[in-house]
Design a protein around this ligand. Structure first.
Ligand code: MN
Length: 198
């Protein structure tokens, strides 16, 4: 069963980097539609009372692409809202900083790598910072695909690369959107909690 979580910040809190208008469509329309379609697909099935992660994994295991698309998108968007923060940007501290230095060549190199992955990703998808076992990596997934179902990967933080995430604010300029995410919105506290939980 999926639910639409409230945004963890006020709709205008990310302006000017992400507008309340973008969030009203992205959270209120797109995310809501994924939640509704996923719930409709599992209604009156054994998956109806499973949690969202279990449904995403089951859809993948069963090869049920229609359910997977909506279930994964519902989960990805809930993860996305937590990946954004009005006080975001900057750099993490502690163990996550040490791991970025060790595995990704430091914060500046991480930002370069993440931007290249996000901007270079063809069409719709998601850019992720993940832990692959104990090693940090930057990866991207296509369409609804989610790092959640890739063996060994633990998602730490994500950026939505679908045009609906940025078109109202940046039109076709995905690089500007990615820059704003890295400089002003990325929620390192969320990533740090996810890393600590591995
Ligand atoms: Mn989206």
């Amino acid at each position: 069963m999926f639910t639409l979580p409230p945004l963890p910040f006020a709709p205008e809190a990310l302006e000017p980097h992400m507008s309340a208008r973008t969030l009203s469509f992205h959270h209120g329309k797109h995310h809501q539609a994924y939640v509704d379609k996923a719930n409709a697909a599992i209604k009156d099935t054994p998956l109806a009372d499973q949690d969202d992660v279990a449904v995403v994994r089951a859809a993948k295991a069963q090869g049920n692409q229609g359910l997977f698309n909506n279930a994964a998108q519902a989960w990805n968007h809930s993860f996305l809202w937590n990946s954004l923060s009005p006080g975001g940007g900057g750099a993490p501290a502690g163990a996550l900083k040490d791991a970025i230095d060790r595995d990704l060549g430091g914060m500046e190199k991480f930002a370069e790598t993440f931007k290249a992955e996000a901007v270079g990703h063809f069409a719709s998808g998601w850019a992720w910072l993940v832990a692959d076992g104990g090693t940090l990596k930057v990866v991207s997934t296509h369409d609804a695909d989610t790092a959640l179902v890739h063996d060994g990967l633990t998602p730490l933080v994500v950026l939505d690369l679908w045009e609906h995430a940025y078109y109202l604010d940046y039109q076709n300029a995905r690089p500007g959107f990615v820059d704003a995410f890295l400089a002003k919105m990325i929620n390192w506290e969320f990533a740090t909690r996810n890393f600590a939980a591995i």
